[in-house]
Ligand binder design. Structure first.
Ligand code: HAM
Length: 430
């Protein structure tokens, strides 16, 4: 019986794994550059964890199950609720502010499509207990720092930034009730993906007052924060939210990434827990979905029974990123699946035990080494050495039998030299 792989999952053969590692290594290096510590949590959590505050979209995409004890559990579709739970659990023991990163494997029962799978990896960086746009700027900086390190430029990618705090204040100032904000966010977030008529129809259903609906539509067309007062009269708390957003843009300029960033009122984000700055990074051209997204979630820890502590962060998936890097020629087709310091070739069966012993010695000394399993022609063995991205091949042949000498071949230059076995060993350990 042949059993196929599950729809929306990937098999990580070594060449595919090399791509994943390339991406994850870059994420980790960028996290380290910005001073984040790594953490992780369990792959499944109580189902309620995602029903509390993640929003309807995530709830519909949950893989959930009942365990033998009758507990309702779900495979994590994101790690932010786990982060909130973990921080709350040790709130008094953890040194704050907290700067943590993680690269969890996540599952969402989405319809698989370009850049969207049912199982994927997502780099998360979050800063907790910094109630200042500095932290928001640092999150955006870290995401862009990584993307720049891959070779992407401001011509390729753009961070589109807005503020839910500002949006909430503006919506409330035109008379939208606080209880209606959450469903409205979900609708506004979809605006760019919907045909105009469909959006207008849905907006009319969500907001029955025609004047209010028209003002929301005009607000969503605004190109710059400076134009907002022309659409809606600015009063507190909208004024303060606008000032905060402007401060964020100044910080992004200061950090040298202003060219990558622009204001976009249409960025609302699908998750329910965002309270302040929200952003997504998109490819400038093409129809790819967001490369990453995040924002401030100042109430999540409190909503999970902890103290009211400010938090901001982002998540970047591996799928859209990989497509974009390939499109831009920034991902090599031949990433090494392994790299060896030494590959031991053996031309005579009688020398094999010596070759095996040397391989083990090299490994014990901390070198990466592999040895041919069967004697064969040298050409064939050197091909195996090349395929393993070997720096130097060691050849056990006639010289070994006669004079206890092996041949060392530099696989890059092709140069080779003969060396006494004992000399080779003492050079390694000196
Ligand atoms: P999100 O917008 O749901 O945010 O996901 C962030 C990123 O994860 C997306 O931009 C995309 O790159 C990737 N992603 C999401 N779903 C899929 C999928 N089905 N297949 C492939 N990639 C996907 C969050 O998850 C927030 N928890 C991020 C966050 C952290 N906010 C604050 N801290």
């Amino acid at each position: 019986m042949k059993i196929p792989s599950v729809k929306g999952t990937r098999d990580f053969y070594p060449s595919v794994m090399a791509v994943r590692n390339f991406i994850v290594d870059g994420w980790k290096a960028a996290s380290n550059r910005s001073g984040f510590e790594e953490y992780d949590g369990p792959v499944f959590e109580h189902l309620t964890m995602y029903q509390v505050k993640s929003g309807q979209e995530i709830v519909e995409q949950l893989f959930h199950f009942t365990d033998r004890g009758g507990r309702e559990l779900a495979i994590r579709p994101e790690i932010t609720p786990t982060l909130a739970r973990m921080v709350n659990q040790q709130i008094n023991a953890l040194a704050r502010p907290i700067k943590w990163f993680s690269v969890p494997r996540l599952c969402r029962a989405e319809r698989p499509q370009k850049g969207r799978l049912r199982e994927f990896f997502q780099w998360n960086v979050d800063i907790i207990d910094v109630d200042d746009p500095r932290a928001d700027a640092e999150v955006i900086f870290t995401a862009l720092d990584y993307l720049q390190s891959t070779g992407l430029t401001a011509a390729d990618i753009q961070a589109r930034i807005s503020s839910r705090r500002l949006l909430a204040a503006l919506l409330q100032s035109i008379g939208i009730d606080g209880s209606k904000l959450e469903p409205l966010y979900a609708l506004l977030d979809k605006k760019s993906k919907l045909p105009c008529e469909a959006f207008d129809e849905m907006l009319a259903k969500a907001v029955s007052d025609k004047d209010q609906a028209a003002r929301i539509r005009s607000l969503m067309e605004v190109q710059s924060p400076d134009d907002i007062p022309q659409v809606i009269r600015m009063e507190e708390p909208a004024k303060a939210a606008l000032e905060e957003l402007k401060k964020l843009f100044l910080l992004l300029d200061l950090m040298g990434i202003g060219d990558f960033c622009r204001f976009d009122m249409g960025i609302v984000r699908g998750l329910a827990y965002y309270t302040g700055m929200v952003f997504e990074v998109h490819a400038v051209s093409g129809d790819l979905r967001a490369i990453c997204g995040g924002g401030r979630f100042d109430n999540l820890l409190r909503d999970f029974g902890g103290p009211a502590i400010a938090a901001t962060g982002m998540g970047m998936g591996d799928c859209v990123l990989e497509i974009l890097l390939r499109e831009k020629g920034l991902l090599s087709d031949t990433l090494p699946t392994r790299k060896l310091d030494y590959y031991i070739c053996c031309l005579e069966e009688g020398l094999m035990s010596g070759a095996i012993a040397l391989t083990a010695t090299l490994r014990r000394l901390g070198f990466s080494a592999d040895c041919v399993y069967k004697t064969a022609g040298l050409g064939k063995q050197l091909k195996l050495a090349s395929a393993a991205h070997t720096a130097q091949s060691i050849i056990f042949g006639q010289e070994m039998t006669k004079e206890n000498r092996l041949i060392l071949k530099d696989m890059q230059s092709g140069d080779q030299r003969s060396i006494l076995y004992n000399q080779f060993l003492s050079d390694l350990t000196s």
